[in-house]
Design a protein around this ligand. Structure first.
Ligand SMILES: Cc1ncc(COP(=O)(O)O)c(C=O)c1O
Length: 386
């Protein structure tokens, strides 16, 4: 139904059913011209490119993202090549050597998981990781943990990357945060442009991180943070973009920061992904295909996929092995995760699928199938034959 938008990527590997868009979405065809437009603008503006980007291109992209998240202040949105950069920048707001108490889950993506585990080696960082499972009691356990202490940092996903289960939104637990100084971060990478998300109620309190190479479909290189309004934090890991407006001033004395989201900016980066992401937003606008409509199509694919998998009666791909919340009304992310007995079983099944022309991805004992606009239900019936 929507394959027409992805002809370049689909024709590059016509035999393959790409079930890993949750890892890296195919880019719609419109992104090709956008990528070239970056080259042309680089030639047109040369050294003046930065002021052009920051006065013309970036504000438009900020507006699109703000529209997507229902935010009144697009200037609170700041860009970096990846979310890891923001993770570390946010961690750097705490004075070096200060003992930290961090609350998180055992389902966070490597960018936070690895970094926080490495910091733990300092010996003065105390991290509590609330287990995601059982999913049905997570909200209650998380809320209890939030209120149990004065945390320096709270970090949680919007949708867990290793199950697709949607985490409780801050609406459920934000009031339980005991300290106004607690820095709160939601990693929204698996929610942004997949699930309709209204961030307006949290815009003055919670950092939201996401990026372009999954459901925003613009490819790697363009991640963003929504920085809480009036945030006065001073990240130690800082670059010259963080005070772009003040560059002409004498650079002496205390390091100054922008008063909007740019205070969390780093330094020179490749903005071609911003052009691609913009092109995707424009495509959705032209076609009237907003996130609610795209999500509805993905839900339809997911239902068709489950029906097909049930008909296979496969010894491993069945409902008992699929990670999900039992509440039938609970939203789910745009991929399904099957947990098998061990990593060997998973890699063997992924290899078997790949031989049949189905690309999935797996992590340890979990096999993930993602759903994309460039699928239709018939693809599952004709390709996933086990
Ligand atoms: C939940 C989540 N956050 C972040 C990322 C990407 O992290 P980074 O931008 O640091 O590469 C991913 C990628 O799969 C993810 O699943």
């Amino acid at each position: 139904m929507y394959k027409q938008y992805y002809q370049h990527f689909l024709q590059a590997r016509p035999e393959l059913l790409h079930c890993a868009p949750h890892s890296h979405y195919y880019w719609p065809d419109v992104t090709r011209a956008a990528h070239l437009a970056y080259w042309d603008d680089s030639a047109r503006f040369a050294d003046e490119k930065w002021s052009y980007l920051f006065s013309e291109k970036i504000p438009r992209l900020q507006q699109c993202i703000a529209g997507e998240l229902n935010l009144a202040q697009p200037e609170q949105i700041v860009f970096a090549p990846n979310t890891h950069e923001f993770v570390y920048r946010i961690l750097s707001v705490f004075p070096a050597g200060k003992p930290l108490k961090i609350l998180t889950t055992d389902g966070e993506f490597h960018s936070f998981n690895r970094q926080s585990r490495r910091l733990e080696e300092r010996g003065n960082i105390d991290i509590t990781r609330v287990p995601c499972e059982p999913f049905d009691t997570f909200a209650e356990r998380w809320q209890e943990a939030v209120s149990a202490s004065h945390w320096d940092l709270i970090f949680i996903s919007q949708v867990f990357y290793n199950s697709g289960v949607v985490a409780p939104s801050p609406q459920v637990w934000l009031d339980a945060v005991a300290t106004p100084e607690t820095v709160i971060v939601v990693d929204g990478y698996h929610g942004f442009c997949a699930l309709p998300t209204d961030w307006s109620a949290y815009a003055d309190r919670v950092f939201y991180l996401a990026g372009g190479y999954k459901y925003a479909q613009g490819g790697e290189g363009m991640c963003f943070a929504v920085v809480p309004t009036d945030c006065q934090l001073r990240p130690e890991y800082t670059g010259w973009f963080a005070d772009f407006a003040g560059l002409a001033k004498a650079q002496v004395g205390p390091v100054a920061y922008a008063n909007d989201g740019m205070r969390f900016a780093g330094a020179t980066m490749d903005f071609s992904a911003a052009y691609r992401m913009m092109a995707v937003f424009e495509l959705w606008q032209q076609e009237g295909l907003n996130t609610a409509a795209r999500n509805a199509y993905i839900n339809h694919l997911q239902a068709g996929f489950l029906q097909h998998i049930a008909s296979l009666k496969h010894p491993l791909l069945h409902e008992r092995n699929r990670l999900h919340a039992n509440d039938a009304n609970a939203q789910h992310g745009h991929f399904f995760t099957y947990r098998l007995d061990n990593a060997e079983q998973v890699s063997a099944l992924a290899a078997q699928l790949r031989e049949r022309g189905v690309a999935t991805d797996y992590r340890h004992d979990r096999l993930r199938f993602g759903f994309a606009l460039y699928h239709d239900v018939n693809d599952y019936r004709t390709k996933i034959i086990l």
